[in-house]
Design a protein around this ligand. Structure first.
Ligand code: ADE
Ligand code: ZN
Length: 319
């Protein structure tokens, strides 16, 4: 029996497996530039975040209809459930779809078809987190939040993702203030490739409750002390860090040192179809390669529920 966990850092578009990409391409009459699934997999050789994002956005072209988004999310939830995920807080990137003519309603209604029946079908409770693309303008983020108003009963929070360096969190102050006024929870990617100052800005300017990645906090001891003191969760993604070269090898991953420092770490999959593993695979990999014992694994599982947006009763039921 896998350890029950909550997954808190998962881009639904990053769960698009090559087989499903080709099936959706055929269904929608889209021609992919790759000959077959093997050729597509061979393209998963990333130098950094941007080289991954280029392929990630290009492949989204196959996602066109509500059914496509429903099939994508249902496939993720089935895989996640098999690896012990009992609760998933799922990111989506609305601008990556609306910019290519797919309406926000198509995305949200489609995802909701799968999320709405996930507890019954997969035993996985869910939340949806709408991410703004930080390499698009703050005005575009504001317009996206406005477009999302009819769907806010299905959206728990907002996030910030895409190319980090050169796009500091403070640019998105206004949209995060508006999101907070609407009662939305707030998270943001920070300190994946960007400097520790972006983590501080995400906390102070955007008011985030959780930091996605946060790896580079280690370069600033005062920031580490603050994250420990304020019990700010970090949603780490070890296999992603290796594949996007944020760390040299998994054996170099600072997770054990971060846990020793008292940081509230969780282990997640980010974009599992691209990075070689789902949530349970990430936990297995760190257990084997970093030698984490049972106590540490239980701590990571406990942290994942603590850091989730479940209320206390829901948390108890999910564990
Ligand atoms: N979008 C999807 N995956 C991402 C990541 N790891 N960092 C930033 N943006 C992303
Ligand atoms: Zn991410």
């Amino acid at each position: 029996m896998p350890l029950p966990i909550a997954e808190l850092h998962l881009h639904i578009e990053g769960t698009l497996e090559p087989e499903l990409a080709f099936a959706l391409a055929a269904r929608n009459g889209v021609t992919l530039p790759h000959a077959d699934t093997d050729a597509l997999r061979r393209a998963y050789d990333f130098q950094d975040l941007q080289s991954f994002l280029d392929l990630y956005y290009a492949l989204m072209d196959v996602l066109r209809t509500e059914q496509d988004f429903a099939d994508l999310a249902d496939a993720y939830l089935a895989r996640a459930a098999a690896q012990g995920v009992r609760h998933a807080e799922i990111f989506f990137d609305p601008q990556a779809h609306t910019q290519r003519g797919v309406e926000l309603g198509t995305v949200v209604e489609g995802l909701w078809q799968a999320l709405g029946r996930s507890e019954e079908r997969h035993g996985v409770s869910t939340r949806l987190i709408m991410c703004f693309l930080r390499d698009e303008s703050a005005d575009s983020a504001l317009a996206t939040l406005k477009d999302a108003e009819p769907y806010l009963d299905r959206i728990t929070g907002v996030g910030l993702d895409s190319a980090e360096v050169g796009h500091p969190p403070a640019e998105f102050r206004e949209v995060y203030e508006a999101a907070a006024a609407l009662g939305l929870r707030r998270v943001a990617h920070a300190g994946e490739e960007g400097p520790p100052a972006y983590i501080t800005e995400a906390l102070d300017v955007l008011g985030v409750e959780r930091v996605d990645h946060g790896l580079r906090c280690l370069e600033d001891p005062a920031l580490v002390e603050r994250l420990v003191r304020e019990r700010i969760p970090l949603t780490l993604c070890p296999l992603s860090n290796v594949r996007l070269r944020a760390v040299d090898t998994l054996a170099d991953h600072p997770l054990p040192a971060m846990l020793d420092a008292g940081l509230l770490c969780t282990v997640n999959s980010d974009d599992p179809a691209y990075f070689g593993g789902y949530a349970g695979d990430n936990l297995d990999a760190v257990r084997r390669t970093l030698g984490l014992d049972e106590e540490r694994l239980r701590e990571l599982a406990r942290n994942s529920f603590l850091a989730s947006f479940l209320d206390d009763d829901e948390e108890r039921r999910a564990r």
